[in-house]
Ligand binder design. Structure first.
Ligand SMILES: [Cu+2]
Length: 125
């Protein structure tokens, strides 16, 4: 139920943002007024997908669902980190400012395979 409320709140906020006063800010950087959304899941000890390709300078929102317990999401080279709460969707906004391959990994200890819980973001021109 909590999950449903969270998702509903996000949908409402997004709708308000696109139609209301924030709209001009939201649409200034993105022509269609909609940010690209990439849905991901996190569970012991993997992210799915484990590799994402993004375009330099194009804002994207990662919607990451933690399926089994709390995890973390950290991309040091892109200055991004978030806590992923069990059963919830966490929105992480990224605007990649350079090309390259950047590792992301879990930084909340989640068990004996935690060290291997990682993936990569490939940023292209
Ligand atoms: Cu972990």
């Amino acid at each position: 139920m909590k999950h449903l409320i969270t998702v509903t709140a996000l949908v409402v906020l997004t709708a308000v943002g696109m139609t209301g006063g924030w709209g001009r800010f939201a649409t200034a950087a993105v022509p269609d007024g909609a940010e690209q959304v990439v849905r991901m899941t996190a569970k012991k000890f993997e992210y799915t997908p484990s590799q994402i390709t993004l375009k330099k300078g194009v804002p994207v929102v990662l919607e990451i669902t933690a399926l089994d317990r709390d995890h973390g999401f950290k991309v040091p080279e892109l200055g991004v980190r978030a806590d992923l709460k069990s059963g919830q969707v966490t929105r992480v906004r990224i605007v990649p400012d350079r090309t390259g391959t950047f590792e992301f990994r879990c930084d909340v200890f989640c068990g004996s395979g935690h060290e291997d819980m990682s993936g990569e973001i490939v940023v292209v021109d």
